[in-house]
Design a protein. Structure first.
Ligand SMILES: *Cc1c(COP(=O)(O)O)cnc(C)c1O
Length: 481
């Protein structure tokens, strides 16, 4: 398998070459030159597989430059009931992503039973093991430097903690994350994890990451890398649970299902699109947004209008608060029929903060008719009402992001096709809003009852790029971790 760029001007690469990297040489995103296809006979053989077997069947097609035995060992070490043990619904952790049936034809796929209680653990845990494996081969080191307002940073830290050759420097806005999220990150005592609470807001943190990343000399001498949502290995690892959910919700490979996906950066639903391109019988992929509805606007109108940071609303489903959807470029590449020059032209506007408009293009009707996309949007009042409905009607507490999904799923559901809503976080992670909706604190997984009382380890710093560089240089120079 070779990987090409969405903008058509980068040399082809292999899986391990794009594993640690971000953008391709021309600023585009990595895409497989063609999708591996699963035939009806393949699907029949896959139907009986457990999560690890499915993951190997799928990922060995994408990561074909990793020896098969090594890849299998990495997968077997990652997708265990011990890692994905935090189910609070009574589901069987051995399923890794259990399917919870609300009523016949309406299901929730549990993707949030990993260490940080959000779906990002599904891919990030594998990424941690892949990184460690790839670095050990070259006796190399990597210093991951990122900014978080919650889910991504904690998921990265829990995936990279204790990994050889890797350090994580994670910036977060001081006193701005929820108490649970703060405790989850800051209670990590692993010497290779560095939590830095920045006096400022999330954008100050992100600006510091950009400033350090733009200093190419610093970046290369201190081997700085990132783990953002455009990472191809993350996207491909997410393809697996669409297959798992499909097999769990259907009896035969003649059946179709639809998925509703609470979306932000379009990484999760992009994996669903890839599963569909590989032959999984998916009728519709329903993109659910919150008040930050840049994606819903595109799927309704054909206009993709990224927002300015100042226009991005802070909502009670904060992990979907985005101004532009980085992985969306991957879908548009497929929509254009792999026309890198077309994507490059469209993104020359996007990269300057401008919109593009496909409403008059012959491509736009195909978004729904050929690629199966639908969309919808949700707001705080919908979220609260849907969280209440889920408890009253089905006895199931859900988090705010999953509530955005369920709200849209109920609008888009068809009588003859099962609808699967992806559960992207557990309610315990967003307890303030759960309390508002349900009048009681959400159930926490076993062992997390007193997370906030554990000792915390973090530094408080000003939003000062030079001080930040000095801090990294000091820790890396000491050989910590
Ligand atoms: C990251 C995240 C999302 C959005 O996923 P994308 O892949 O960015 O579309 C939704 N819900 C939760 C809880 C998340 O952490």
């Amino acid at each position: 398998m070779h990987y090409v760029s969405t903008r058509g001007e980068s040399p082809q690469k292999r899986f391990t070459e794009i594993l640690l990297g971000g953008l391709m040489d021309d600023g585009g995103l990595a895409m497989p030159e063609s999708y591996p296809a699963f035939s009806r006979a393949d699907l029949d053989a896959m139907r009986g597989m457990d999560y690890r077997q499915l993951a190997f069947a799928i990922l060995s097609r994408f990561a074909d430059d990793i020896p098969a035995d090594d890849l299998r060992a990495l997968i077997d070490r990652t997708y265990t009931p011990e890692v994905y043990c935090n189910t609070v619904s009574g589901s069987d952790a051995r399923d890794i992503t259990p399917l919870y049936t609300l009523e016949p034809g309406l299901h929730v796929l549990e993707l949030s039973n990993g260490p940080t209680l959000a779906f990002k653990d599904m891919a990030m845990q594998l990424l941690g093991n892949l990184f460690e494996y790839a670095l050990a081969k070259d006796s190399a080191e990597l210093n991951i430097f990122g900014a978080t307002s919650g889910d991504t940073g904690s998921s990265a830290e829990y995936a990279m903690r204790g990994k050889r050759g890797i350090r994580v420097f994670m910036l977060s806005p001081h006193n701005k994350m929820s108490r649970f999220q703060t405790a989850q990150m800051f209670s990590l005592q692993d010497p290779n994890i560095f939590n830095i609470a920045v006096r400022g807001v999330f954008d100050d943190c992100q600006d510091m990451v950009k400033a350090v990343s733009n200093d190419l000399a610093f970046k290369s001498s201190y081997r700085i890398g990132t783990v953002n949502s455009i990472n191809w290995a993350r996207v491909s690892a997410q393809v697996v649970y669409y297959f798992k959910g499909y097999f769990a919700a259907t009896r035969s490979n003649d059946d179709e299902v639809s998925f509703t996906v609470p979306s932000g950066n379009f990484g999760n639903v992009c994996a669903g699109h890839i599963a569909r391109m590989m032959g999984l019988p998916i009728r519709h992929l329903v993109v659910a947004t919150n008040e930050n509805d840049v994606l819903d606007e595109f799927f309704r109108t054909g206009v993709y209008r990224p927002r300015a940071t100042a226009e991005t609303l802070h909502t009670t489903s904060p992990s979907m608060d985005i101004s532009k959807a980085s992985n969306f470029e991957r879908f548009i590449y497929d929509l254009t029929g792999a026309d890198g020059a077309h994507v490059k032209a469209l993104w020359s506007d996007v990269d300057r903060g401008r919109a593009f408009d496909l409403s008059e293009s012959s491509l736009f009707p195909r978004v729904a008719s050929e690629f199966g996309f639908q969309s919808g949007t949700s707001n705080h009042a919908h979220r609260i009402a849907t969280m209440r409905l889920a408890v009253e009607r089905w006895g199931r507490a859900i988090d705010t992001h999953t509530a955005d999904g369920l709200k849209v799923a109920l609008e888009r559901r068809e009588t003859d096709v099962p609808m699967i809503v992806l559960e992207t976080a557990l309610p315990a992670k967003f307890s303030e809003t759960v309390l508002e909706a349900l009048g009681s604190e959400p159930v926490r997984p076993a062992g997390m009852e007193s997370l906030e009382s554990l000792p915390q380890r973090f530094e408080v710093m000003d939003a000062d790029v030079n001080a930040m560089k000095a801090y990294i240089a000091d820790k890396v120079g000491q050989g910590a971790g």
